[in-house]
Design a protein. Sequence first.
Length: 422
Amino acid sequence: MAQVCVVGAGYVGLTTASCLAQIGHTVIGIDVDSAKIEALNKGMIPIVEDGLESITQQMLATRRLTFQLGYSETISSCEFIFLCVPTPQDEDGSADLTYIREAAKSLSPYLASKSVIVNKSTVPVGSTLVVEEIVRRDDIFVVSNPEFLREGSAVHDFLHPDRIVVGSSNKQAAQRVADLYQSIDAPVIICDPASAETIKYAANAFLATKLSFANAIAALCEHVGANIDDVMEGIGQDKRIGNQFLKPGPGWGGSCFPKDTRALVKIAESAGYDFELLRGVIDFNEIQFDRIVNKVRNAVGGNLTGKQIAVLGLTFKAYTNDLRDSPALRIVEQLKLQGATINAYDPTVANPLPQTNFCATSIDACASADAILIATEWPEFALLNPTAIGKIVRSKHMIDARNILDADLWKSAGFTYQGVGR
Ligand SMILES: NC(=O)c1ccc[n+]([C@@H]2O[C@H](COP(=O)([O-])OP(=O)(O)OC[C@H]3O[C@@H](n4cnc5c(N)ncnc54)[C@H](O)[C@@H]3O)[C@@H](O)[C@H]2O)c1
């Protein structure tokens, strides 16, 4: 069992720290956010993530997991240092490596000889070299080990991954990192750093493309009178296609797909390749947001000015409290620009958004609404009673951007119903 340091205690870092402790390693989690470290040391986690709080509390109790604010001599006791800091989108669409550089610089003075820096953040091809150049020591290795977890099922995904990817120009360092995961049953792909870094971006780009394809087929279904649910089941049963990520929706978003697809276009551009296909996917996703806004506008008679829209769900998907690049927020923004008033509700979002009435329940949000938009697939929205909701709205229009409702039920309660491709 190894001594590990995890830098950055966000969605990826906290999951990594707690799960590595869970499989037997001794882990120090580091962050520069003092409020976060204070809360974590009390076993309180700032994110909604199934099972993460209890693992974190259990590991804190065993003392295999500790958290500390900032960098110190304790790092010198660690053989592995995982970087799990943000890599946000820069102004030109490329990945901003500021946090990676800062973390590498802060770590440098404390690194023990033969320790391995493991880059788990999503970083462009060549970032392993960026870290090596900052550290500038022959006795320290830098390895790429991209993370594929999904928010909402991060703990499960970390402990039961489809694969573990380790990229390094030093075979021994790569094997040492792979060995950390020995107790996890998953294929391990050991490759060069550029391939490891590319795998992560290619995976996200492919998933985003698959979602956009489902949205395009949904649009086609609306034109030809087909039903997207049946069509996707029909193609998803084909093992070459697979049935995941075929659900149409309001457009993809979240903390990864938008920035990672744009970053990959930039990576390609800097390498002299025009990634036309992916540029098309990104542009198409913008159109998908507009398609949902159009559905809402059409439902209320073609003009949103002065209309009150109930927006149910704000997070980019269910089972998370992450609002980063959420399609719901993009759509809310457009609805407001076109003159609508928004009454929003989300089960995990505590802070009101600017110029949006934030309601305590979905019923409150629907009161006096001219139309209701389901923007996130929280299961509780599928349980809403159309007859009861019909009595409190001003007009009965339902736009189900996640296809989670029984359309016939809502129609029989007098609602117009618009799904995506239904
Ligand atoms: N969120 C996901 O679903 C997901 C999945 C796979 C990969 N990734 C990648 O993992 C990386 C981290 O993403 P995230 O969602 O966990 O980010 P996050 O914003 O949730 O967490 C990042 C943490 O790093 C801390 N931090 C910032 N600078 C620091 C520094 N210099 N030293 C120590 N801590 C510092 C922040 O305070 C924050 O707590 C990104 O590259 C992202 O693309 C994210």
